[in-house]
Unconditional design. Structure first.
Length: 386
């Protein structure tokens, strides 16, 4: 998500100290923009790595203590042991050479042994570590999914060797300077942000457990249909940080909205979606691929549940900004924005503003295969709850 978009809508539809919710917080852009504008923020994400990044990105640190811990960490790395345990996960030798495994294990061992009670500092260092894992692997850094391409194989053949220790030191120094700048902003300590691990389809219960009954504003960009296997993209980082095991990652991937994993049992008619356009699309796609048709239906069933939850936690007279991308599946255009807008309006939300935003750059391409076109623009709809 481009920062100026949430910044614009937060500034337009909220006031100082309001509570902003992003139920698909991703890397924490909404949370950060909310804090920069003097609002409080809470984010949810089913991906534990996204929660970690969002939490670090949107919260300040004790810079003096961080500086001391940083120096202590460097001393530990310099005196590092030759052998450190490597997390056990599938195909580790396929993804990492011996040098990379040794250096990554040294960094992880040093992080695990840090003598600080400040959990935010530990999280900050974990984020720095997560940022160099793929760069230290045989996965192609240009690809969204974790993939060992011909480009990387050729690099290996020519003698390329990853340098995790150097990458980590550079990343730590760069992020340390960014955090210093963030902490020095006027008024940044007056508000709060928190990122929680959880399913957006259960947001009302999650918020109530935190003592929150309603929020002033919701802004989010949900996953695209069939667009990106987010857990597959970040599995190396999740496994090295031990945020989730292999079985848990599979379970979370099944729960993730937009995932390609689907079965008849998951698409029982528990939730009825009354939308003629969607019915027509499902019928057309099923003639080419029944599985793809089930994936599309599952997506809108899940998003209906999310929209119901948004409506439940949004305060009266509050606003909800929904950013979606329309894509193509089995050569059929899926007007995600129109269908979701229609579902939201059936719930009683009133559409008051609509815009388009051209996607100029992306680091993770939503294109999955020859049947799925690029998502070239986002559709933005703002709703009001009366």
């Amino acid at each position: 998500m481009i920062p100026h978009i949430p910044g614009y809508y937060i500034n337009k539809y909220t006031r100082k100290n309001d509570l902003i919710l992003d139920p698909f917080c991703g890397s924490g852009t909404t949370l950060l923009e909310a804090r920069l504008l003097g609002r409080n923020a809470i984010g949810l994400d089913i991906n534990p790595l996204a929660v970690l990044i969002s939490d670090v990105k949107s919260n300040t640190l004790d810079i003096a203590e961080l500086s001391q811990v940083k120096q202590s960490l460097e001393n530990t790395l310099q005196m590092g042991e030759e052998q450190n345990p490597i997390p056990s996960f599938p195909n580790v030798d396929y993804w990492f050479c011996e040098k990379a495994k040794k250096e990554l294990a040294l960094i992880k061992h040093a992080l695990d042994g840090l003598c600080t009670q400040d959990r935010q500092i530990k999280k900050f260092l974990q984020v720095c570590f997560s940022a160099i894992i793929r760069k230290s692997s045989f996965a192609d850094p240009r690809m969204a999914k974790t993939y060992r391409s011909k480009f990387v194989v050729e690099k290996i053949r020519k003698g390329w060797n990853p340098t995790p220790l150097m990458l980590f030191r550079d990343m730590l120094e760069s992020n340390f300077e960014r955090m210093k700048d963030f902490c020095q902003l006027d008024g940044i300590g007056k508000n709060s942000a928190i990122a929680l691990h959880g399913d957006a389809k259960e947001m009302e219960a999650i918020l109530r457990r935190r003592g929150i009954s309603e929020v002033d504003f919701i802004l989010t960009s949900p996953p695209y249909i069939n667009a990106q296997d987010y857990f597959r993209s970040y599995k190396l980082e999740i496994w090295w940080l031990e945020l989730a095991g292999v079985k848990e990652v599979r379970k979370l991937n099944r729960q993730a909205i937009g995932a390609e994993i689907v079965s008849d049992l998951e698409i029982s008619p528990k939730v009825s979606i009354s939308n003629r356009e969607l019915t027509r699309i499902l019928s057309k796609v099923s003639r080419t691929s029944r599985k793809k048709s089930l994936i599309i239906r599952k997506y809108f069933v899940q998003m209906t549940a999310v929209l119901q939850q948004c409506n439940a936690v949004l305060k009266k007279e509050g606003h909800f900004c929904l950013m979606t991308g329309n894509n193509t599946i089995c050569s059929t255009s899926i007007p995600t924005n129109r269908i979701l807008d229609s579902i939201a309006e059936q719930l009683g939300l009133i559409s008051i503003e609509k815009k388009k935003n051209r996607i100029q750059h992306r680091t993770l391409s939503p294109k999955r295969n020859h049947n799925a076109g690029y998502i070239r623009e986002e559709r933005i709809t703002v709703f009001k709850k009366n």
